[in-house]
Design a protein around this ligand. Sequence first.
Ligand SMILES: [Fe+2]
Length: 260
Amino acid sequence: MVFAHKIVWITDLHQTVSGQVEGVNSRGRLEQVIEQINRDHPDALCCVASGDLCDKGDIEEYQALARTVGALTVPFVPMIGNHDSRDNLLAALPPVDPLAGYYQFRVDLAGGLTLLCLDTHLPGSDAGQMDQARLDWLADQLRQTVDRRVLVFAHHPPGPLGLGLLDDMPLLDHEPFVALLAAAPQVEHLCCGHVHRPVSGVIGGVPFTTLRSIAHQTRPPQSLRTWDDFVATDERPQYGVILIGADRVVIQSIDIESPV
Ligand SMILES: [Fe+2]
């Protein structure tokens, strides 16, 4: 068998109490993707959600999210994004052994695989941050995982991707973060959210991928002049399937069938 392990990946769920956001049914779409994951990927080691779990970060939104993801048959690994509240997320869905004061943690899986799930949240800003405490934790984890295979998940991509206005809310001071990853050969891929667009490439020697949101999508690059003009595009949400083989990591992006 070429691929021994599988991880499912979703991002930017933007759950609300009403179930609606930016003119789309974000709860219904999350329910649809959960149905498809349960049906097609029951063998996945887990389902990672790379931030913007909720739209405003109210505790009621996390309660609604928890009810919806309760239907998932594989383990759920939630992460923090710029739309989330760190305090409310820590209270509602506490991770195992996080970096103190942050929603940043490590998950060890079968096959010598480790996920490093980073907290790029910067309170009061849509931009992201990896401050010294978070970078130190990452450096320490990379020292501990030299004999493992590592996938890194972070809500904010490390730097501009050529996406117009979306580039105005980047991971600030991303160079030391990228340098840490680039110097760690066990890091095989960086998976990010935030941009609600499918993008892949290499930054500073680190290969990365982003996905469409589970909720609303952003316009293609350049056509969005100001956020006042924002209208969600009529594109299907998607989820990622990460396949891990002895000599490869493959990421498939799969559109949700007939989104509500
Ligand atoms: Fe988002």
